[in-house]
Design a protein around this ligand. Structure first.
Ligand SMILES: [Zn+2]
Ligand SMILES: [Zn+2]
Length: 336
């Protein structure tokens, strides 16, 4: 038995309080991770507020984890005590379905999610199947790497899926936790990058992060000024937008890719897609292998989220900062 010191909420929207729980014996394919840092993702807040009706209480958030392997099960071949790893939204997948066998473990129908029905990384220790404990490249900045494990891979995977080319013109909708990482990736990818933002006060920072141009998404004449120019747009917001206006900014064969969890159905006029062979797509996170590739790319190009670091003991203040829309641009908790 191993005791974990965590922070948990006892009810939807509740404050996080110190909480201890016992881990059962380590499974043969499992690892324990001593948590060093844990990013705060918007999904932690959604789960805390039980917005998706999937939260079990007491609830320990945290799925952007960077830490050190502290124990390995007997069948674990690739990790040893002391290795630095990252853990994101998923903590296990079945390893035998066609998706897992094809390398798409994030599409497995039988995954375990790090903060669903089990406890996450706002804690001094967290457990995972070996497959999702992603070895970190040497020289990575551990304090800033956590958000890459959820927010980062969520916006990196679509770049690969869509076959984005360095010669492409691309757009990013919503420059927050996910969107600001997407800007940095796409700029290093070689693209001409347009940022769509409704916060003009962020413009200088957005340009500094890699955008070549900022379009005020509330100004329809600005949207019209780039009609037909973008090969790929990634939407990171979770609100209903004027989808047709964005489809108009796409070039022929362009793709509008969604990673924001928009709860309302999207109204997409068929003719806005048909004439230019345009498409609307979506994706969740990415595979363990692509996560490793992304981390290497980040180290090579020095791509990190812009983070604000709070101590774990100030977790409620950190969550409030995010809820108030003040995070610039990702909050990370320093744990141990
Ligand atoms: Zn997340
Ligand atoms: Zn599977």
């Amino acid at each position: 038995m191993k005791q974990v010191n965590a922070y948990a909420a006892n009810q939807a929207g509740g404050k996080l309080q110190k909480f201890q729980y016992e881990l059962k014996q380590l499974g043969s394919e499992q690892v324990d991770i001593k948590v060093h840092y844990c990013g705060i993702c918007h999904s932690d807040l959604s789960m805390l507020n039980n917005e998706w009706g999937r939260t079990e209480f007491p609830f320990v958030p945290g799925h952007e984890i960077v830490g050190e392997i502290s124990a390995v099960g007997a069948e674990v071949k690739n990790l040893k005590v002391g290795d630095m790893v990252g853990l994101g939204w998923f903590s296990e997948s079945c390893m035998y379905c066609n998706q897992c066998m094809g390398g798409d473990h994030h599409l497995c129908g039988d995954t375990e999610e790090t903060i669903v029905g089990r406890h996450g990384g706002f804690a001094d220790s967290v457990r995972s199947h070996w497959s999702w404990a992603i070895p970190l490249p040497k020289n990575i900045d551990a304090a800033k790497a956590g958000p890459l494990l959820c927010g980062g891979i969520t916006v990196f995977n679509p770049i690969i899926m869509a076959g984005v080319q360095p010669t492409d013109r691309v757009g990013v909708i919503g420059i927050g936790g996910l969107g600001h990482i997407a800007l940095k990736f796409l700029q290093k990818w070689g693209c001409e990058v347009v940022a769509f933002s409704s916060s003009p006060d962020k413009e200088a920072q957005i340009l500094e992060m890699g955008a070549h141009r900022v379009i005020n998404s509330r100004d329809s004449t600005q949207l019209e000024s780039i009609a037909g120019s973008l090969d790929f747009i990634i939407n990171t917001t979770n609100v209903t937008l004027d989808w047709d206006a964005y489809l108009t900014t796409l070039n022929k064969k362009g793709r509008l890719h969604n990673v924001g969890a928009v709860l309302e159905p999207m109204a997409i006029p068929a003719f806005s897609l048909i004439g230019g062979e345009k498409s609307v797509a979506g994706s969740p996170l990415g595979s363990p292998a692509l996560t490793r590739t992304m981390l290497d790319f980040c180290v090579r190009h020095d791509i990190y989220p812009t983070v604000e670091i709070f101590d774990l003991d100030n977790v409620n203040q950190a969550m409030q900062h995010l809820e108030d829309g003040k995070a610039r641009y990702r909050v990370v908790l320093k744990v141990t």
